[in-house]
Design a protein around this ligand. Structure first.
Ligand code: SAM
Length: 178
């Protein structure tokens, strides 16, 4: 697992509209080595669904539901953490990677609908994963891959009910409960 402590702050999630994409933000963040996701909206069901995946597939990923984004950012910074807000308007990721790599406690902020301008001011970095619009899932995954100290694709997740055995063809899964 990476030594960098990373949490995702998800802003602007609308339970009806963004259910799937916010779930994918959480799952991508978990798979690439984040320790948890802070959800700045009320959606306990979504938080429970992601927790279920973590139970099945291992690791300690958590989702904190209905947080105040401002309080979380303030607390994070008071505790010595840095904040990287992902926005297509920011400085391009390759130019920010050397500085971000120095930081060992990082909050990555991603929006859904329009992000309050205060976020741009509170962030240590406003970073674009290319200055073109695309997806928060892609933005999180690529950022985490580029800033990682070791390859996130070879992370091991322990304690889960299920483990995949990679195969050239087919699907092999070990059920650890048996
Ligand atoms: N319409 C919204 C606005 O104007 O702020 C943005 C919608 S976009 C699909 C949702 C989120 O995806 C953004 O808040 C940002 O975090 C992320 N995102 C999309 N494209 C990005 C890019 N090129 N670089 C970094 N983040 C990006």
């Amino acid at each position: 697992m990476p030594t960098k402590k990373i949490v995702i702050l998800r802003l602007g999630h609308r339970p009806q509209r963004d259910k799937r994409i916010t779930t994918h933000v959480g799952l991508a963040a978990r798979a690439f080595g984040a320790e948890g996701m802070l959800l700045a909206s009320e959606d306990q069901k979504l938080a429970d669904n992601i927790a279920d995946v973590a139970t099945r597939w291992g690791g300690d990923f958590y989702v904190k539901n209905n947080v105040s984004w401002k309080a979380e950012i303030r607390r994070w910074k008071e505790d010595g953490g840095k904040v990287c807000h992902l926005s297509m308007y920011g400085i391009n990721l390759p130019d920010a990677v050397p500085e971000i790599r120095q930081c060992d406690k990082l909050m990555i902020v991603v929006g859904a609908e329009k992000v309050p301008f205060e976020i741009y001011e509170m962030a240590d970095w406003n970073v674009a994963v290319g200055n073109q619009p695309h997806s928060e899932v892609a933005a999180v995954a690529i950022t985490m891959d580029r800033i990682a100290e070791s390859d996130p694709l070879i992370n091991k997740f322990t304690g889960g009910e299920l483990t995949i055995v990679p195969e050239k063809c087919g699907k092999k899964v070990i059920d650890n409960r048996q």
